[in-house]
Ligand binder design. Structure first.
Ligand code: EPU
Length: 419
Protein backbone atom coordinates (compact mmCIF):
# COMPACT_ATOMS: atom_id res chain seq x y z
CA UNK A 1 0.00 0.00 0.00
CA UNK A 2 1.44 3.33 -0.95
CA UNK A 3 -0.05 6.79 -1.23
CA UNK A 4 -2.78 8.71 0.54
CA UNK A 5 -6.16 7.54 1.73
CA UNK A 6 -8.92 9.73 3.15
CA UNK A 7 -11.01 8.69 6.15
CA UNK A 8 -14.81 9.20 6.07
CA UNK A 9 -17.05 10.40 8.87
CA UNK A 10 -17.76 7.97 11.70
CA UNK A 11 -20.78 5.76 11.09
CA UNK A 12 -21.26 5.23 14.82
CA UNK A 13 -21.28 8.98 15.46
CA UNK A 14 -23.52 9.76 12.48
CA UNK A 15 -26.24 7.27 13.47
CA UNK A 16 -27.06 8.82 16.88
CA UNK A 17 -26.68 12.31 15.37
CA UNK A 18 -29.46 11.48 12.86
CA UNK A 19 -31.77 10.34 15.66
CA UNK A 20 -30.91 13.40 17.78
CA UNK A 21 -32.68 15.44 15.10
CA UNK A 22 -35.93 13.88 16.36
CA UNK A 23 -35.56 15.94 19.54
CA UNK A 24 -36.46 19.22 17.81
CA UNK A 25 -38.93 20.49 15.23
CA UNK A 26 -36.21 22.77 13.85
CA UNK A 27 -33.72 21.94 11.12
CA UNK A 28 -30.60 19.93 11.97
CA UNK A 29 -27.82 19.98 9.37
CA UNK A 30 -25.10 17.33 9.54
CA UNK A 31 -21.87 17.25 7.51
CA UNK A 32 -19.26 14.56 6.89
CA UNK A 33 -21.85 11.80 6.92
CA UNK A 34 -20.31 8.61 5.50
CA UNK A 35 -21.88 7.11 2.37
CA UNK A 36 -22.58 3.71 3.90
CA UNK A 37 -25.55 1.37 4.01
CA UNK A 38 -26.38 1.86 7.73
CA UNK A 39 -26.96 5.56 7.11
CA UNK A 40 -29.44 4.75 4.31
CA UNK A 41 -31.16 2.31 6.66
CA UNK A 42 -31.45 5.01 9.32
CA UNK A 43 -32.90 7.44 6.73
CA UNK A 44 -35.50 4.80 5.79
CA UNK A 45 -36.37 4.46 9.45
CA UNK A 46 -36.79 8.23 9.83
CA UNK A 47 -38.97 8.22 6.72
CA UNK A 48 -41.12 5.47 8.27
CA UNK A 49 -41.60 7.73 11.28
CA UNK A 50 -42.78 10.48 8.92
CA UNK A 51 -39.58 12.51 9.07
CA UNK A 52 -38.00 13.59 5.80
CA UNK A 53 -34.29 14.07 5.33
CA UNK A 54 -32.47 15.40 2.30
CA UNK A 55 -28.96 14.54 1.19
CA UNK A 56 -26.40 16.55 -0.76
CA UNK A 57 -22.95 15.43 -1.81
CA UNK A 58 -20.07 17.47 -0.44
CA UNK A 59 -16.31 17.28 -1.00
CA UNK A 60 -16.05 15.11 2.11
CA UNK A 61 -19.04 12.91 2.74
CA UNK A 62 -22.68 13.86 2.59
CA UNK A 63 -24.63 16.70 4.08
CA UNK A 64 -27.94 15.58 5.55
CA UNK A 65 -30.68 17.94 6.55
CA UNK A 66 -33.52 16.79 8.80
CA UNK A 67 -36.57 18.65 10.01
CA UNK A 68 -38.68 16.56 12.37
CA UNK A 69 -41.71 18.83 12.49
CA UNK A 70 -44.10 16.01 13.32
CA UNK A 71 -44.25 12.32 14.01
CA UNK A 72 -46.66 10.36 11.85
CA UNK A 73 -45.94 6.93 13.21
CA UNK A 74 -43.90 6.11 16.36
CA UNK A 75 -42.90 2.64 15.13
CA UNK A 76 -39.45 1.24 14.32
CA UNK A 77 -40.47 -1.94 12.46
CA UNK A 78 -38.81 -5.36 12.71
CA UNK A 79 -37.77 -5.24 9.02
CA UNK A 80 -35.46 -2.28 9.70
CA UNK A 81 -34.34 -3.13 13.24
CA UNK A 82 -33.25 -6.61 12.17
CA UNK A 83 -31.05 -5.02 9.48
CA UNK A 84 -29.50 -2.58 11.93
CA UNK A 85 -29.57 -2.76 15.72
CA UNK A 86 -28.66 0.93 16.02
CA UNK A 87 -32.34 1.55 15.06
CA UNK A 88 -32.94 1.35 18.82
CA UNK A 89 -31.42 4.87 18.98
CA UNK A 90 -34.81 6.35 18.04
CA UNK A 91 -36.26 5.12 21.34
CA UNK A 92 -34.89 7.79 23.69
CA UNK A 93 -35.60 10.79 21.42
CA UNK A 94 -39.13 9.61 20.53
CA UNK A 95 -40.18 9.01 24.14
CA UNK A 96 -38.63 12.29 25.28
CA UNK A 97 -40.22 14.48 22.62
CA UNK A 98 -43.43 12.68 21.64
CA UNK A 99 -44.10 10.56 24.76
CA UNK A 100 -44.31 7.32 22.80
CA UNK A 101 -42.26 4.83 20.84
CA UNK A 102 -42.80 1.31 19.62
CA UNK A 103 -39.58 -0.38 18.63
CA UNK A 104 -39.05 -3.95 17.51
CA UNK A 105 -36.72 -5.88 19.81
CA UNK A 106 -33.55 -6.57 17.85
CA UNK A 107 -33.07 -10.26 18.70
CA UNK A 108 -29.70 -12.03 18.45
CA UNK A 109 -26.79 -10.92 16.34
CA UNK A 110 -23.82 -12.53 14.62
CA UNK A 111 -21.39 -11.22 17.26
CA UNK A 112 -23.30 -11.80 20.49
CA UNK A 113 -26.64 -11.68 22.31
CA UNK A 114 -26.58 -7.88 22.57
CA UNK A 115 -29.62 -7.19 24.75
CA UNK A 116 -31.07 -3.67 25.14
CA UNK A 117 -32.20 -4.19 28.75
CA UNK A 118 -30.15 -1.23 30.03
CA UNK A 119 -31.68 1.19 27.51
CA UNK A 120 -35.11 0.12 28.78
CA UNK A 121 -34.22 0.08 32.48
CA UNK A 122 -32.79 3.59 32.16
CA UNK A 123 -35.86 4.90 30.36
CA UNK A 124 -38.05 3.37 33.05
CA UNK A 125 -35.98 5.20 35.67
CA UNK A 126 -36.56 8.40 33.72
CA UNK A 127 -40.30 7.76 34.19
CA UNK A 128 -41.33 5.91 31.02
CA UNK A 129 -43.58 2.88 31.25
CA UNK A 130 -42.33 -0.07 29.27
CA UNK A 131 -44.34 -3.03 27.99
CA UNK A 132 -43.76 -5.81 25.50
CA UNK A 133 -45.96 -7.49 22.92
CA UNK A 134 -45.46 -9.39 19.67
CA UNK A 135 -41.69 -8.85 19.70
CA UNK A 136 -41.99 -5.10 20.20
CA UNK A 137 -41.26 -2.85 23.13
CA UNK A 138 -43.70 -0.04 23.84
CA UNK A 139 -42.44 2.94 25.77
CA UNK A 140 -44.74 5.70 26.94
CA UNK A 141 -44.26 8.74 29.10
CA UNK A 142 -46.09 11.80 30.12
CA UNK A 143 -42.93 13.85 30.52
CA UNK A 144 -39.65 12.34 31.71
CA UNK A 145 -38.06 13.19 35.08
CA UNK A 146 -34.37 13.55 35.80
CA UNK A 147 -32.84 10.62 37.65
CA UNK A 148 -29.63 8.85 38.59
CA UNK A 149 -28.85 5.76 36.54
CA UNK A 150 -25.94 3.34 36.89
CA UNK A 151 -24.99 1.17 33.88
CA UNK A 152 -23.96 -2.20 35.26
CA UNK A 153 -22.42 -2.93 31.85
CA UNK A 154 -20.92 -0.06 29.88
CA UNK A 155 -23.04 0.51 26.77
CA UNK A 156 -22.30 2.94 23.94
CA UNK A 157 -25.75 3.22 22.38
CA UNK A 158 -27.32 2.81 25.85
CA UNK A 159 -25.45 5.91 27.04
CA UNK A 160 -26.43 7.76 23.85
CA UNK A 161 -30.11 6.82 24.12
CA UNK A 162 -30.42 7.92 27.75
CA UNK A 163 -28.36 11.07 27.21
CA UNK A 164 -30.74 12.10 24.41
CA UNK A 165 -33.84 11.24 26.45
CA UNK A 166 -32.53 13.19 29.46
CA UNK A 167 -32.03 16.41 27.47
CA UNK A 168 -35.80 17.00 27.55
CA UNK A 169 -36.49 15.54 31.01
CA UNK A 170 -37.57 17.65 33.95
CA UNK A 171 -34.52 18.16 36.20
CA UNK A 172 -31.04 16.70 36.34
CA UNK A 173 -30.04 13.23 35.17
CA UNK A 174 -26.76 11.63 36.19
CA UNK A 175 -25.54 8.68 34.11
CA UNK A 176 -22.94 6.65 35.98
CA UNK A 177 -20.50 4.18 34.45
CA UNK A 178 -21.32 5.79 31.11
CA UNK A 179 -19.50 4.93 27.87
CA UNK A 180 -16.61 7.30 27.11
CA UNK A 181 -16.31 6.65 23.36
CA UNK A 182 -15.54 9.65 21.09
CA UNK A 183 -18.91 8.98 19.41
CA UNK A 184 -20.68 9.68 22.72
CA UNK A 185 -18.71 12.92 23.02
CA UNK A 186 -19.57 13.92 19.47
CA UNK A 187 -23.27 13.38 20.16
CA UNK A 188 -22.97 15.54 23.30
CA UNK A 189 -21.37 18.29 21.17
CA UNK A 190 -24.29 18.21 18.75
CA UNK A 191 -26.89 18.16 21.56
CA UNK A 192 -25.14 21.09 23.24
CA UNK A 193 -25.33 23.05 19.97
CA UNK A 194 -29.06 22.23 19.99
CA UNK A 195 -29.40 23.85 23.44
CA UNK A 196 -28.92 20.84 25.72
CA UNK A 197 -27.03 21.22 28.99
CA UNK A 198 -24.56 18.36 29.29
CA UNK A 199 -21.41 18.00 31.39
CA UNK A 200 -18.95 15.15 31.57
CA UNK A 201 -19.54 13.43 28.21
CA UNK A 202 -16.35 11.42 27.60
CA UNK A 203 -16.04 10.61 31.31
CA UNK A 204 -17.82 7.83 33.25
CA UNK A 205 -20.25 10.35 34.78
CA UNK A 206 -22.47 12.42 32.50
CA UNK A 207 -24.78 15.07 33.97
CA UNK A 208 -27.65 16.37 31.90
CA UNK A 209 -29.88 19.22 33.00
CA UNK A 210 -33.14 18.90 31.10
CA UNK A 211 -34.48 21.84 29.08
CA UNK A 212 -38.03 22.42 27.84
CA UNK A 213 -37.08 22.41 24.16
CA UNK A 214 -34.13 22.01 21.82
CA UNK A 215 -33.48 23.96 18.64
CA UNK A 216 -31.84 23.38 15.26
CA UNK A 217 -28.07 23.15 14.81
CA UNK A 218 -25.31 22.41 12.32
CA UNK A 219 -22.60 19.89 13.03
CA UNK A 220 -19.79 18.03 11.33
CA UNK A 221 -19.31 14.37 12.28
CA UNK A 222 -15.92 13.22 13.64
CA UNK A 223 -13.68 10.99 11.51
CA UNK A 224 -14.20 7.23 11.66
CA UNK A 225 -11.49 5.88 13.98
CA UNK A 226 -12.23 2.28 13.00
CA UNK A 227 -11.95 2.95 9.27
CA UNK A 228 -8.68 4.80 9.96
CA UNK A 229 -7.43 1.88 12.08
CA UNK A 230 -8.34 -0.55 9.30
CA UNK A 231 -6.21 1.45 6.83
CA UNK A 232 -3.31 1.47 9.30
CA UNK A 233 -3.47 -2.30 9.48
CA UNK A 234 -3.71 -2.51 5.67
CA UNK A 235 -0.41 -0.63 5.46
CA UNK A 236 1.16 -2.70 8.25
CA UNK A 237 0.20 -6.03 6.72
CA UNK A 238 1.56 -5.15 3.27
CA UNK A 239 4.80 -3.52 4.44
CA UNK A 240 3.45 -0.28 3.03
CA UNK A 241 3.98 3.44 3.37
CA UNK A 242 0.60 5.07 3.69
CA UNK A 243 -0.68 8.50 4.65
CA UNK A 244 -4.06 8.32 6.36
CA UNK A 245 -5.77 11.70 6.01
CA UNK A 246 -8.60 13.40 7.89
CA UNK A 247 -8.35 11.19 10.95
CA UNK A 248 -8.08 12.05 14.62
CA UNK A 249 -5.03 10.29 16.12
CA UNK A 250 -6.23 11.14 19.65
CA UNK A 251 -9.08 8.70 19.13
CA UNK A 252 -6.65 5.97 18.09
CA UNK A 253 -4.27 5.96 21.06
CA UNK A 254 -4.73 2.27 21.97
CA UNK A 255 -4.53 1.13 18.33
CA UNK A 256 -1.41 3.21 17.61
CA UNK A 257 0.31 1.98 20.78
CA UNK A 258 -0.34 -1.62 19.78
CA UNK A 259 0.86 -1.11 16.20
CA UNK A 260 4.05 0.49 17.50
CA UNK A 261 4.66 -2.49 19.82
CA UNK A 262 4.21 -4.80 16.87
CA UNK A 263 6.92 -2.92 14.98
CA UNK A 264 5.01 -0.51 12.78
CA UNK A 265 6.29 3.05 12.61
CA UNK A 266 3.58 5.71 12.81
CA UNK A 267 4.32 9.41 12.42
CA UNK A 268 1.77 11.97 13.49
CA UNK A 269 2.34 14.80 11.01
CA UNK A 270 3.00 18.20 12.50
CA UNK A 271 1.53 17.28 15.88
CA UNK A 272 1.76 19.72 18.75
CA UNK A 273 -0.30 20.25 21.87
CA UNK A 274 -2.56 22.97 20.43
CA UNK A 275 -2.92 21.41 16.99
CA UNK A 276 -3.20 17.64 17.13
CA UNK A 277 -2.28 15.97 13.86
CA UNK A 278 -5.08 15.13 11.49
CA UNK A 279 -2.82 12.93 9.39
CA UNK A 280 -0.96 9.74 10.17
CA UNK A 281 1.90 8.34 8.15
CA UNK A 282 2.38 4.62 8.65
CA UNK A 283 5.52 2.83 7.51
CA UNK A 284 5.88 -0.87 7.99
CA UNK A 285 8.75 -3.21 7.40
CA UNK A 286 8.38 -6.95 7.01
CA UNK A 287 9.37 -7.78 10.59
CA UNK A 288 6.21 -7.73 12.65
CA UNK A 289 6.33 -9.09 16.21
CA UNK A 290 3.36 -10.83 17.86
CA UNK A 291 1.73 -9.07 20.83
CA UNK A 292 -1.31 -9.93 22.91
CA UNK A 293 -4.35 -7.70 22.94
CA UNK A 294 -7.50 -7.46 25.05
CA UNK A 295 -10.49 -5.52 23.79
CA UNK A 296 -11.92 -3.01 26.21
CA UNK A 297 -14.30 -0.10 26.30
CA UNK A 298 -12.79 3.23 25.20
CA UNK A 299 -10.04 4.30 25.75
CA UNK A 300 -9.01 0.64 25.58
CA UNK A 301 -8.38 -1.33 22.42
CA UNK A 302 -11.68 -1.31 20.44
CA UNK A 303 -13.58 -4.53 19.81
CA UNK A 304 -14.30 -3.09 16.36
CA UNK A 305 -10.55 -3.45 15.55
CA UNK A 306 -10.14 -6.96 16.98
CA UNK A 307 -10.77 -8.84 13.73
CA UNK A 308 -8.37 -6.64 11.75
CA UNK A 309 -5.71 -7.06 14.46
CA UNK A 310 -6.13 -10.83 14.34
CA UNK A 311 -5.40 -10.81 10.61
CA UNK A 312 -2.29 -8.72 11.29
CA UNK A 313 -1.12 -11.21 13.93
CA UNK A 314 -1.21 -14.04 11.37
CA UNK A 315 1.68 -12.17 9.71
CA UNK A 316 3.68 -11.45 12.90
CA UNK A 317 6.47 -13.61 14.33
CA UNK A 318 5.44 -15.49 17.47
CA UNK A 319 2.21 -16.25 19.34
CA UNK A 320 -0.38 -13.73 20.36
CA UNK A 321 -3.37 -14.14 22.62
CA UNK A 322 -6.40 -12.09 21.59
CA UNK A 323 -9.02 -11.68 24.31
CA UNK A 324 -12.46 -10.34 23.40
CA UNK A 325 -14.22 -8.96 26.48
CA UNK A 326 -17.06 -6.95 24.89
CA UNK A 327 -18.95 -9.48 22.74
CA UNK A 328 -19.18 -13.22 23.41
CA UNK A 329 -19.11 -14.45 19.81
CA UNK A 330 -16.85 -12.18 17.83
CA UNK A 331 -14.36 -14.65 16.36
CA UNK A 332 -16.23 -15.81 13.26
CA UNK A 333 -13.45 -14.44 11.05
CA UNK A 334 -10.92 -16.78 12.74
CA UNK A 335 -12.37 -19.82 10.99
CA UNK A 336 -12.19 -18.11 7.62
CA UNK A 337 -8.60 -17.05 8.28
CA UNK A 338 -7.74 -20.66 9.14
CA UNK A 339 -9.12 -21.68 5.75
CA UNK A 340 -6.58 -19.29 4.23
CA UNK A 341 -3.71 -20.95 6.10
CA UNK A 342 -3.63 -19.12 9.46
CA UNK A 343 -2.83 -21.04 12.65
CA UNK A 344 -5.51 -19.91 15.13
CA UNK A 345 -7.19 -21.72 18.02
CA UNK A 346 -10.28 -20.26 19.60
CA UNK A 347 -11.32 -21.10 23.12
CA UNK A 348 -14.31 -19.11 24.33
CA UNK A 349 -13.37 -15.46 24.42
CA UNK A 350 -9.71 -16.16 23.73
CA UNK A 351 -7.94 -16.82 20.45
CA UNK A 352 -4.32 -17.80 20.07
CA UNK A 353 -2.67 -16.88 16.78
CA UNK A 354 0.65 -18.48 15.88
CA UNK A 355 2.57 -16.64 13.21
CA UNK A 356 3.84 -15.89 10.81
CA UNK A 357 2.06 -18.17 8.38
CA UNK A 358 1.73 -17.63 4.68
CA UNK A 359 -1.88 -17.02 3.68
CA UNK A 360 -3.22 -18.34 0.43
CA UNK A 361 -6.15 -16.81 -1.38
CA UNK A 362 -9.42 -18.73 -1.01
CA UNK A 363 -13.17 -18.40 -1.35
CA UNK A 364 -14.32 -17.06 2.02
CA UNK A 365 -17.43 -15.64 3.61
CA UNK A 366 -18.00 -12.43 5.58
CA UNK A 367 -20.11 -12.81 8.75
CA UNK A 368 -20.32 -9.23 10.03
CA UNK A 369 -19.01 -5.77 9.30
CA UNK A 370 -15.61 -5.82 11.02
CA UNK A 371 -15.05 -9.50 10.22
CA UNK A 372 -15.42 -8.66 6.54
CA UNK A 373 -12.80 -5.90 6.87
CA UNK A 374 -10.40 -8.44 8.40
CA UNK A 375 -10.95 -10.75 5.44
CA UNK A 376 -10.19 -7.97 2.96
CA UNK A 377 -6.95 -7.39 4.87
CA UNK A 378 -6.18 -11.11 4.72
CA UNK A 379 -6.77 -11.01 0.98
CA UNK A 380 -4.20 -8.19 0.68
CA UNK A 381 -1.58 -10.30 2.48
CA UNK A 382 -2.42 -13.59 0.78
CA UNK A 383 -0.73 -15.13 -2.18
CA UNK A 384 -3.17 -15.54 -5.06
CA UNK A 385 -6.77 -14.52 -5.38
CA UNK A 386 -9.29 -14.19 -2.54
CA UNK A 387 -13.00 -14.18 -3.26
CA UNK A 388 -15.18 -12.77 -0.47
CA UNK A 389 -18.85 -13.60 -0.31
CA UNK A 390 -21.58 -11.58 1.45
CA UNK A 391 -19.73 -8.29 1.07
CA UNK A 392 -22.92 -6.41 1.87
CA UNK A 393 -21.69 -6.61 5.46
CA UNK A 394 -18.74 -4.38 4.61
CA UNK A 395 -20.89 -1.80 2.83
CA UNK A 396 -22.79 -1.25 6.08
CA UNK A 397 -19.87 0.64 7.54
CA UNK A 398 -17.07 1.21 5.02
CA UNK A 399 -17.45 3.76 2.25
CA UNK A 400 -16.28 2.28 -1.08
CA UNK A 401 -13.48 0.34 0.60
CA UNK A 402 -12.47 -1.35 -2.65
CA UNK A 403 -11.99 2.04 -4.37
CA UNK A 404 -10.08 3.55 -1.47
CA UNK A 405 -7.72 0.57 -1.25
CA UNK A 406 -7.33 0.37 -5.04
CA UNK A 407 -6.13 3.98 -5.07
CA UNK A 408 -3.23 2.99 -2.81
CA UNK A 409 -2.20 -0.09 -4.71
CA UNK A 410 -4.57 -2.96 -3.91
CA UNK A 411 -6.10 -5.04 -6.66
CA UNK A 412 -9.75 -5.38 -5.66
CA UNK A 413 -12.82 -5.58 -7.81
CA UNK A 414 -16.43 -5.77 -6.82
CA UNK A 415 -17.99 -8.59 -8.77
CA UNK A 416 -21.57 -7.99 -7.74
CA UNK A 417 -23.42 -5.46 -5.58
CA UNK A 418 -25.17 -7.98 -3.37
CA UNK A 419 -24.78 -11.71 -3.05
N1 EPU B 1 -25.20 -4.72 26.78
C1 EPU B 1 -26.07 -5.23 27.69
N2 EPU B 1 -27.28 -4.58 27.85
C2 EPU B 1 -27.60 -3.47 27.15
C3 EPU B 1 -26.69 -2.95 26.23
C4 EPU B 1 -25.48 -3.61 26.06
O1 EPU B 1 -25.83 -6.23 28.34
O2 EPU B 1 -28.72 -2.94 27.35
C5 EPU B 1 -23.90 -5.40 26.57
C6 EPU B 1 -23.73 -5.95 25.15
O3 EPU B 1 -24.34 -7.20 24.98
C7 EPU B 1 -22.23 -6.00 25.00
C8 EPU B 1 -21.77 -4.79 25.84
O4 EPU B 1 -22.86 -4.45 26.67
O5 EPU B 1 -21.73 -7.18 25.55
C9 EPU B 1 -21.38 -3.57 25.05
O6 EPU B 1 -22.37 -3.28 24.08
P1 EPU B 1 -22.74 -1.79 23.65
O7 EPU B 1 -24.15 -1.51 24.08
O8 EPU B 1 -21.69 -0.85 24.09
O9 EPU B 1 -22.73 -1.93 22.07
P2 EPU B 1 -23.65 -1.12 21.09
O10 EPU B 1 -23.93 0.20 21.65
O11 EPU B 1 -24.79 -2.00 20.66
C10 EPU B 1 -21.74 0.06 19.75
C11 EPU B 1 -21.30 0.12 18.32
C12 EPU B 1 -20.68 -1.22 17.93
C13 EPU B 1 -19.48 -1.46 18.85
C14 EPU B 1 -19.94 -1.45 20.31
C15 EPU B 1 -18.81 -1.59 21.30
C16 EPU B 1 -22.89 1.68 17.38
C17 EPU B 1 -24.04 1.93 16.47
N3 EPU B 1 -22.47 0.42 17.48
O12 EPU B 1 -22.69 -0.99 19.82
O13 EPU B 1 -20.23 -1.09 16.59
O14 EPU B 1 -18.92 -2.72 18.57
O15 EPU B 1 -20.61 -0.20 20.58
O16 EPU B 1 -17.86 -0.61 21.10
O17 EPU B 1 -22.37 2.61 17.97
C18 EPU B 1 -19.68 -1.85 14.43
O18 EPU B 1 -19.61 -0.66 14.07
O19 EPU B 1 -19.28 -2.80 13.71
C19 EPU B 1 -20.26 -2.17 15.73
C20 EPU B 1 -20.70 -3.38 16.04
Amino acid sequence: MEGRVVVSGAKNAALPALTAALLTEERVVLHNIPRVRDISTMRSLLEDLGVDSSVTHEAHGNRIEIEARQLLNPVAPYELVKQMRASVLVLGPLVARFGQARVSLPGGCAIGVRPVNLHLKGLEKLGASISFDHGYVDARANGLRGTKFYFDTISVTGTENLMMAATLADGVTVLENAAREPEVQDLAHLLTKMGAEIEGAGTPEVRIRGVSRLHGAEHSIIPDRIEAGTFLVAAAITGGDLVVERCNPEHLTAVLAKLEEVGVQVVRDGANASNPARTLNVKAGRNLRAHDVTTLEYPGFPTDMQAQYMTLMTQAEGSSVITETIFENRFMHALELVRMGADITVNGRRAVVRGATGLSGAKIQASDLRASASLVLAGLAAEGQTLIDRVYHIDRGYERIEEKLTQVGAKIIRISESD
